[in-house]
Write a protein that binds this ligand. Sequence first.
Ligand SMILES: C[C@@](CO)(OP(=O)(O)O)[C@H](O)COP(=O)(O)OP(=O)(O)OC[C@H]1O[C@@H](n2ccc(N)nc2=O)[C@H](O)[C@@H]1O
Ligand SMILES: Nc1ncnc2c1ncn2[C@@H]1O[C@H](COP(=O)(O)OP(=O)(O)O)[C@@H](O)[C@H]1O
Length: 292
Amino acid sequence: MAIDTDNRTWPAPAKINLFLHVTGKRSDGYHDLQTVFQFLDYGDELRFTITDNGAITRGYDLGFALESDLCLRAANLLKPLVTNNLGVHIDMIKRLPMGGGLGGGSSDAATVLLALNSLWKLGLTRTQLADIGLQLGADVPVFVHGHAAWAEGIGELLTPLRLQEPWYLVLIPPVSVSTGEIFSNKHLTATPQMKKIRALDEGDDVIDIETLLSLGDNQLEPIVRAEYPEVNNVLEWLGQHGNPRMTGSGGCVFMALSSQQQGLQLLADKPLNTAGFVAKGMNIHPLLMSEA
Ligand SMILES: C[C@@](CO)(OP(=O)(O)O)[C@H](O)COP(=O)(O)OP(=O)(O)OC[C@H]1O[C@@H](n2ccc(N)nc2=O)[C@H](O)[C@@H]1O
Ligand SMILES: Nc1ncnc2c1ncn2[C@@H]1O[C@H](COP(=O)(O)OP(=O)(O)O)[C@@H](O)[C@H]1O
């Protein structure tokens, strides 16, 4: 039975990788990365109903099995820490494309961890939640900590950054790209390590996005372009209007804009088979902002 219909909407924003360098292959099969994450003020929305029957259930169907649903898996990881028989029913409005490189699944999982830590009154720190979340995906820690960041390791070694927060256009090609397939492509080669980008507390200057973009590129982009013509076509089309880049392992493509209006105009003119949105870059996750 429902004991607390929490009326809040819990946001799960998208992330973009402003650049992404693959610096080596690890013994566990994963690759070490150097990347910069920024959030977008666009994403999924979750709602939670706390129950007293101990069950973890969902009210949406995104086409994947209960066992592989990152939201349910996140809730199940916290369940052993609940001392009474609390459960939860999770509802979600899904806006982020799956397999798009916008981190939707990881962001949903992070929001579940943050929400249930509060609603189940578990009292875990963000570091504890990020450690738990890393089991679900390499992008979960950045969403749990909630700061735009320079990231190393597989994305869990985070240094907060203060970046300019421009408007972005994001285009969604009509494909879902498998992260595992791209990382196992035979053309992927490791590149030398970059120097660490300075931390938030080492300077007051806001880092300019164009400068940041010029420091590196997305080394998965040429591989995805070669394998997925749909992604290549979108990059070529947007390339006529500026300097687009792929996020993560693709296939979504983003471009920093001079204004929101520029993005809305491009969105109106975009190729017919492509979806997209215009959103503002954000250095602070909305759930961290609401805590402040
Ligand atoms: C590439 C990034 C960059 O932010 O973003 P997305 O494109 O997923 O959004 C992430 O590192 C993606 O992390 P995540 O989404 O958790 O990856 P997973 O689903 O766990 O990875 C699927 C498979 O890709 C390979 N993989 C993934 C990440 C990594 N750093 N090295 C890898 O080799 C592994 O073979 C893994 O089994
Ligand atoms: N709640 C969830 N939301 C999105 N994807 C999920 C979820 N649970 C499991 N997945 C799986 O994770 C994969 C990666 O999703 P997502 O994080 O949205 O994309 P990406 O890693 O490319 O940014 C999906 O293709 C899907 O199979």
